[in-house]
Ligand binder design. Structure first.
Ligand SMILES: C[S@@+](CC[C@H](N)C(=O)[O-])C[C@H]1O[C@@H](n2cnc3c(N)ncnc32)[C@H](O)[C@@H]1O
Length: 256
């Protein structure tokens, strides 16, 4: 119920590019979020999703984070996971555009699941480096085999709890971090704080499901108000965070 009420409120308070005075945000909205180009890579993403949906494989799941609102059993069908806990086609396309638009050279993803987002990031910049972390070993292995089968070589798959893995990350900074696992307030704030030292002026953070629960929205408010953050774009389903010191602190709600 919470996400539905939140969405109705969002519809009243959000806009499109009109009224956005910041050239940086205007360009981001019009040239990236609203880019309607049918990129060739979209076909690959569609095939990948189709393969997952048609898969007969079941995986023994190690449950971490908040789990799924719809899947209970520990033995899960990949086909069902593809529908419920893996990035949608639309989100994967957006991740692809985002990485292409900003030209991310290195990205970190919290929550590999079946590798839908990972694949999108890898396709966007084949020479970039992508690190993806997953707490469930069988899920990570499955995603890795699928991604490698698709001739992707620029992804490193790490297995472990986010909080145990983050301190061992070698990279000093990341251009992009996708927070897509463990959707609760305290955990989200904890991962945000833990990864803040890895930020440079042009880094971008994206948080998935910022209206999944009241707690997630509270975490989003905490992030918006943080001193390190300048601009945020709330697209309802996803929240985009920028750290550019040249921007005045400003928050946008954009219908996507
Ligand atoms: C929503 S799915 C990720 C979807 C994926 N990013 C995509 O684009 O399709 C979240 C994943 O995060 C993993 N996860 C949740 N909490 C975790 C934690 N604390 N440590 C490691 N992995 C975690 C879950 O096992 C699950 O596979």
């Amino acid at each position: 119920m919470y996400p539905i009420i939140a969405y109705i409120k969002f519809l009243f308070n959000s806009s499109n590019q009109h009224g956005v005075h910041s050239p940086f945000v205007y360009n981001f909205v019009t040239k990236c979020l609203y880019d309607k180009t049918k990129y060739e890579a979209y076909t690959k993403l569609e095939h990948y999703k189709k393969e997952l949906r048609n898969s007969k494989t079941t995986l023994q799941i190690t449950e971490l984070g908040e789990g799924s609102k719809t899947l209970d059993a520990n033995l899960r069908h990949v086909s069902k996971m593809a529908k419920t806990s893996s990035s949608s086609k639309k989100d994967a396309q957006l991740l692809y555009r985002l990485s292409k638009y900003f030209g991310f050279k290195n990205s970190l993803e919290l929550g590999t699941s079946l590798g839908m987002g990972t694949y999108a990031l890898a396709l966007a910049n084949p020479t970039s480096q992508i690190i993806t972390i997953e707490g469930c070993p069988n899920t990570s292995d499955y995603a890795k085999s699928k991604i490698v089968n698709n001739n992707i070589r620029n992804v490193e798959f790490l297995v472990g709890n986010f909080m145990d893995t983050i301190p061992n990350l070698k990279e000093e900074t990341y251009d992009f971090i996708f927070f897509d696992g463990h959707h609760n307030k305290e955990a989200t704030i904890q991962y945000f704080e833990a990864l803040l030292p890895k930020v440079h002026n042009d880094s971008v953070f994206v948080f998935d499901d910022i209206y999944w629960s009241k707690g997630m929205t509270e975490a989003w408010e905490y992030i918006k108000n943080h001193d390190a953050v300048t601009v945020t774009v709330d697209g309802f389903h996803l929240g985009f965070v920028f750290f550019r010191r040249e921007q005045v602190k400003e928050h946008f709600k954009i219908r996507m």
